[in-house]
Design a protein around this ligand. Structure first.
Ligand code: AMP
Length: 536
């Protein structure tokens, strides 16, 4: 017997409808490049998103045509996030930190028909235009000849545009993975995935975002939907603050203070910089409104999580996710029984990747099948759920990333403990195998980054005749600090077996980063392990 419940479509128009009806006076704030603030209300935002939707229809775009963006985080980008799906088309966020040849490949592969671009990023567009398929280029800011000024496009649109009640299984958003092997891969999110991801991210126990929050996403809107913040915040009516292009620690801290930000999120490298500045000038900013700083994209070192809390009273929330997962996978908030646990155990738990979000299921597979949830046995994490990709867009070269029974193989090597907390030990390609045993590069990195003189550390495998591979640590020291290899080795020694300790420490000024701010280990392996890089 079937239930007798309405077939209500979970789609992006429904998210916007709610915000417009219930929170019309709430604010969306953008810091402009000259550091002044632009403010308007959800009501104005919704009207402009609808104008954009109708203008795109007038341009002849329908039925899932791709509209690309090359933009920083700002209110116009939010309008495109909503206006494009409202028009029945697919918004495709291009990562402005990628190499132009990768961008051109991605735009062509996705068949992007329109590009919406910030005027400050026009040089990037010029670098790819010859190889890109755009029929129309819409410019936010001052538009050169042959392009459409964004405001003119909107002026032609209808603020009363009524979107069709589209099928929740239709595509709404597209992102390409930054790709460590082969070409970048396209992930195509449905309206349903976006709607359910927003609902689950807003929950207490996950990112816990409500109408009362003031949310500033540091994570770029071109990286995995800015972790869903734009959709989640609009669903719940939270105040949204967009930082614009200035993402240095000082500018961010100024914005947190001025706008009384309660929730923010970004990759660990951003927070490491912020922690260093706060340590230097602990009384400069009033961050008393801040309730949660969400850190993900790479492992958040325990020393950093502890440092924020102990020295500045700031609560770090460690989360794990992937572009293939819209992107939220898990969040490391303490469950009630752990609140009674010894402090050391609590910190250890908060540094794990955490419990899977609702409707994300996990399991891990080793050489001999699924591994037990004992917190010790390592295996590759597999996931399934309502917002997880079922395949890549027009590319089956990695069809083997899905198991026969339909789970997605994440490529992350993890342990899962008896409570269901995931702990990432490595990316499968970064695993170090010494004498047949695995050494976790992530555990070594976190331990080295616990030393007060260390700003950043990345650990890679280098070939070794006797042991096959050995760990090598690449270290950036904090300004004005010193430490020797022996000191660092002795510092972390209590946490590891002797054979797991790095033989070599290399001191560098900077660790190369990927387009989304993660350590670029391929470049380090090329520099220190004689490996040839084959892909980005
Ligand atoms: P991306 O799709 O670019 O966001 O990359 C996803 C990958 O980033 C994951 O498969 C993990 O390897 C890594 N990652 C994301 N969040 C975390 C985290 N909190 N801790 C460790 N690794 C992470």
């Amino acid at each position: 017997m079937k239930g007798l419940i309405m077939d209500y479509e979970l789609n992006v128009p429904a998210i916007l409808r709610r915000a417009e009806q219930l929170f019309p006076r709430k604010e969306i704030v953008t810091r402009l490049p000259d550091k002044s603030f632009h403010r308007y209300t959800y009501e104005e935002f919704a009207g402009r998103a609808k104008r954009l939707a109708s203008a795109l229809r007038n341009l002849g775009l329908a039925d899932g045509a791709r509209v690309a963006t090359l933009c920083w985080n700002h209110y116009q980008h939010l309008e495109v996030y909503f206006g494009v799906p409202l028009s029945g088309n697919v918004v495709h966020t291009l990562n402005l930190r990628l190499h132009p040849s990768d961008l051109a490949y991605i735009a062509k592969h996705a068949d992007d028909r329109v590009l919406v671009v910030d005027d400050s990023l026009l040089p990037l567009y010029q670098a790819i235009r010859e190889h890109a398929p755009f029929e129309h280029v819409v410019v936010i800011g001052s538009a050169p000849d042959g392009t459409i000024p964004y405001e003119e496009l909107l002026a032609d649109g209808d603020p009363g545009f009524e979107p069709a009640d589209m099928d929740e299984r239709d595509a709404a958003v597209m992102c390409y993975t930054s790709g460590t092997t082969g070409q970048p891969k396209g992930v195509l999110y449905s309206h349903r995935a976006i709607a359910l991801h927003s609902l689950a991210s807003a929950q207490a126990g996950t990112l816990s975002i409500s109408e009362r929050d003031v949310v500033l996403p540091v994570v770029p809107m071109f990286h995995a939907n800015a972790w869903g913040f734009p959709f989640t915040c609009t669903l719940v009516g939270a105040t949204q603050v967009f930082p614009g292009p200035q993402l240095d620690p000082e500018s961010l801290l100024d914005a947190f203070e001025q706008e009384r930000v309660t929730i923010t999120g970004g990759v660990p490298t951003i927070w490491m910089g912020i922690l260093q500045l706060l340590d230097k000038q602990p009384d400069r900013w009033d961050l008393s409104a801040m309730r949660g700083m969400i850190v993900g994209g790479s492992a958040a070192p325990r020393a950093m999580i502890e440092g924020f809390q102990r020295r500045h009273g700031l609560h770090v929330i460690h989360a794990w996710g992937m572009t293939e997962m819209a992107p939220l996978g898990s969040v490391a908030e303490l469950v009630s029984e752990l609140e009674q646990a010894p402090e050391d155990e609590q910190w250890a738990y908060r540094a794990k990747q955490g419990l899977p979000a609702p409707f994300v299921e996990i399991r891990a597979r080793g050489d001999d099948g699924l591994v037990p949830w004992d917190g010790a046995t390592m295996g590759e994490l597999e996931v399934r759920g309502v917002w997880i990709a079922s395949r890549y867009y027009e590319d089956d070269s990695q069809a083997d990333r899905w198991t026969e029974d339909g789970w997605f193989k994440t490529g992350d090597i993890v342990t899962i403990d008896e409570r269901g907390f995931i702990e990432i030990q490595d990316r499968s390609k970064d695993v170090i195998k010494s004498g047949g045993e695995w050494v976790s590069s992530v555990a070594l990195e976190n331990a080295v980054m616990g030393h007060p003189a260390v700003a950043e550390a990345a650990v890679i495998a280098v070939p070794d005749e006797k042991w096959q591979e050995r760990p090598l640590a690449v270290v950036v020291l904090r300004e004005g600090e010193t430490a020797t290899a022996d000191e660092l080795r002795e510092f972390i020694a209590p946490q590891f077996a002797r054979w797991q300790l790095p033989d070599r420490f290399e001191f560098v000024d900077e660790i190369p980063k990927t387009a989304v701010g993660k350590f670029r280990k391929t470049a380090l392996r090329e520099q220190f392990a004689g490996e040839t890089v084959t892909a980005s």
